[in-house]
Ligand binder design. Structure first.
Ligand code: DI6
Ligand code: FE
Length: 406
């Protein structure tokens, strides 16, 4: 006997092989113990639904998709950077603001100053906005603390958000995000500190599911990122990289060389980086909200990713500077309109491929027996609507491990 069964609706399983969206018209989906027990055409059910599950739900006129996965966010931070938005409109560049001590450094100041409960409260609001659009799994990075105490504070808040909001949170340690003021002009000493102090502390506390770094002219060099990756690897943690966002430093190939789960941003990635990612199975995480906010014009090499079979994910990059975004549906739209992805690719980017980018592709991101019962029910006529509309939220409800949350 199953716990729940949904009938009457259409199901976008997002399975890779098969029809577009893995679609099953007139589908049925059964859940037992928080896991998908059965999915297929309702006509193939082994008996009348009422005799198969304790609860039968009518999903008529709705589409069921996997719960959405936002696989790249910096959701936990103090303060905001609306003033920098104004400065950029007055002509200052993102890089110039960063070099003048604004940018990430200003958020570091506000995050260090914030009490843990206050940090939780402001972050909770942002998480709620994502969840209201069907996000059931979110990655959250540190990187606005840069000292041991504040990096751990951010990661604890991230874990607590997961425990209290019915959303799976995957944490990523991003100590190598920016140079903190106490290490001004001493980037190699700061990388020593990350490798010997803050990263081991996060790992020891069980607060890091993965390790990331920002490889860029305004942040850390490929050699410095590699040192962080060596330490992460020694600690048994998977890696990912902010790569080639503002220039091509070979970040994608560096990440691939470490078997990274993902390389993220990638506007300036060249063919050799794409080939290295394809060989390593590294997911390309595209962040159209940052592209849009920074008014970037260099497009990520989407056609090359397709050609070489690199899985593409799409995420918000939710952060106070380059992507003050809390809408995953808007990112699906931007992935199509700005990056020329198809609506199906965009949805796969926030489900199946996002799960892979977090190392949870075996259990999340696709509706199939044995996978987590994280679902969204949408009041839409076809799945392309999720990417097509702008500023419209057709979520009826989301289900986390079989339990209704929104
Ligand atoms: N790239 C990003 O998009 C964010 N961090 C990074 O390395 C931006 C962070 C910020 O501007 O606060
Ligand atoms: Fe980012």
């Amino acid at each position: 006997m199953w716990d729940d069964i949904w009938i009457g609706g259409d199901i976008a399983t997002m399975a890779r092989d098969g029809p577009p969206y893995g679609a099953i018209r007139g589908g049925a989906l059964a859940v037992a113990d928080g896991t998908i027990a059965w999915v297929g055409p309702a006509a193939d059910l082994p008996g009348p639904p009422g005799g198969l599950a304790a609860r039968v739900h009518d999903a008529s006129g709705q589409w069921i998709t996997p719960g959405l996965i936002d696989c790249h966010t910096h959701l936990v931070y103090g303060g905001n950077r609306a003033r920098e938005f104004e400065m950029r409109l007055e002509g200052a560049s993102y890089e110039a603001i960063a070099r003048a001590g604004g940018g990430i450094a200003s958020t570091v100041g506000a995050t260090r100053a914030a009490r843990e409960d206050d940090l939780f409260a402001v972050s909770e609001t942002r998480l709620a906005a994502l969840a209201a659009e069907g996000v059931t799994t979110v990655e959250i990075k540190s990187g606005y603390g840069l000292d041991v105490e504040t990096e751990l504070k951010q990661l604890r808040v991230a874990r607590r958000l997961g425990e209290t909001h019915g959303v799976t949170v995957r944490t990523t340690f991003l100590g190598a995000h920016a140079l903190p003021p106490e290490f001004a002009e001493r980037p190699d000493d700061y990388i020593d500190f990350v490798c010997s102090e803050s990263l081991p502390a996060a790992a020891q506390a069980g607060l890091a599911d993965a390790v990331d770094a920002f490889c860029e002219s305004i942040a850390f060099s490929p050699g410095q990122a590699a040192r962080v990756f060596d330490k992460a690897t020694a600690l048994g943690l998977p890696v990912k990289l902010h790569a080639d966002q503002l220039s091509d430093l070979g970040g994608a190939a560096l990440a691939a060389g470490y078997g990274a789960l993902s390389a993220d941003h990638l506007e300036y990635t060249g063919a050799s980086g794409v080939l290295a990612m394809a060989a390593a199975g590294t997911v390309a995480v595209l962040l159209p909200g940052a592209f849009y906010t920074l008014r970037e014009t260099q497009l990520p090499p989407v056609e090359l990713f397709r050609e070489h079979g690199v899985p593409i994910a799409v995420a918000t990059d939710s952060n106070p500077g380059s992507a003050p975004v809390t809408s995953i549906l808007l990112m699906l739209n931007m992935a199509c309109t700005l990056f020329r992805m198809t609506p199906e690719e965009a949805l796969a980017g926030a489900t199946r491929n996002a799960a892979r980018a977090l190392g949870i592709g075996e259990t999340h991101g696709v509706l199939a027996p044995g996978m987590a019962a994280d679902l969204c029910l949408w009041d839409i006529a076809e799945p392309a609507e999720l990417a097509y509309r702008i500023g419209f939220n057709p979520l009826v409800r989301s289900i986390k491990k079989g339990i209704s949350s929104v």
